[in-house]
Ligand binder design. Structure first.
Ligand code: PMV
Length: 337
């Protein structure tokens, strides 16, 4: 029996991937860019074991048995085993059954990049089990598109590329580049999202003209500007681009037919509070971004963390008063007191 355990972090996109041009290879319609979070914050932990004694292969996710024959899991396992065979045809463990046990230390399938961390982790663990070296982002991508960005740390671009070999992740700056950058995750709803990102993307590709425009006309320019803002550590610009890109993703979801709503009233309240804080200070102190779910990811600098968290808490207290039907205090008059 051979066993390995790996952890892999989530990544939060600031230029979102939405839409596939090839469903099988998972080639995206547009390039995307994200930050990979620290391992110890939100991560997947996967143990892969293989043994001659195992009667069958099995997959366990957060303690519950899942279907190991799902296309994506099989794509990943087959690709890695093929590479392992090419490297060492006499490696007998390749023919043994595998047991995969994975768990996340954060809500799964709630639009918090659990599949990115999960597949990046699975690919790293399998590659280690079968002693494969080299770039794993092409393989991780075939499990879940965004997973290809989680195999690298720091700020990572996924170039849409022209084929499977060059549609891979590229680190634009390492994890030490912007040390005072922080991400605040607000879990609005930890439940599973109603429309999966795969289902949502497929429907958008079929029905949204805006998506076509975004992929062709908007994202290439956005990628250039975002990369520059990150390299120059220009938070004000970075924040505006991040929020605009998130809003565009959700505009496309509404342009999809029938429409998809991932954000809920609480998400929109957070969006409103963020803009109120930024307007009040006449500069961007914080940026929101929402994936395929209602949960908010806020990017902010360490120096503003206390200000932003206390204003958010206060805003939620005010929001609760409003909900109870009490008189509405004006947000801007209250947020700094
Ligand atoms: O990797 P997937 O299929 O779960 O797609 C995720 C897409 C978004 O999270 C919405 C955006 C992104 O780029 O991470």
């Amino acid at each position: 029996m051979k066993t390995v355990t790996f952890t892999a972090p989530v990544n939060i996109a600031v230029v979102k991937y939405w839409g596939k041009r090839d469903d099988k290879l998972i080639l995206p319609l547009n390039s995307s860019l994200s930050a990979t979070l620290d391992q110890d914050v939100m991560c997947a932990k996967t143990t892969v074991a293989c043994s001659k004694e195992f009667k069958e292969s099995s997959l366990w996710l957060n303690g519950k048995r899942e279907d190991i024959n799902s296309t994506r899991i099989q794509n990943v396992i087959k690709t890695i085993k093929k590479l392992a065979l090419e490297k060492n045809p006499s490696n007998e463990i390749i023919s043994w059954n595998v047991e995969i046990r994975s768990c996340n230390n954060f809500p799964t399938a709630a639009g918090l990049a659990s599949s990115a961390a999960g597949f990046a982790c699975l690919v790293s663990a399998l590659a280690n089990l079968y002693e494969i070296e080299g770039d794993l982002s092409e393989i991780a991508r075939q499990g879940s598109g965004s997973a290809c960005r989680s195999v690298l740390g720091g700020w990572v671009a996924w170039d849409k590329g022209t084929n499977s070999k060059d549609s891979i992740a590229r680190q634009i700056a390492d994890e030490n580049h912007w040390p005072d950058m922080r991400v605040l995750i607000i879990v609005v709803n930890a439940g599973h999202k109603s429309t999966t990102s795969t289902g949502g993307m497929a429907r958008s590709v079929e029905t949204s003209r805006l998506l076509e425009l975004r992929a062709k006309e908007i994202v290439p320019d956005m990628m250039r500007k975002m990369e520059k803002a990150i390299l120059q550590k220009n938070f004000d610009e970075f924040a505006e681009l991040t929020m605009r890109d998130s809003n565009q993703l959700h505009a496309i979801c509404l342009d999809t037919y029938p429409p998809i709503s991932y954000m809920n009233d609480t998400s929109r309240f957070i969006q409103y509070v963020v803009h109120s804080i930024n307007d009040f200070h006449q500069t961007n102190k914080v940026a929101y971004t929402f994936d395929a779910g209602p949960n908010a990811c806020l990017y902010l600098l360490e120096e503003n963390a206390q200000l932003v968290t206390s204003l958010l808490c206060k805003s939620f207290q005010i929001g609760a008063e409003v909900f109870r039907g009490n008189e509405i205090p004006k947000l801007n008059e209250n947020i700094d007191s």
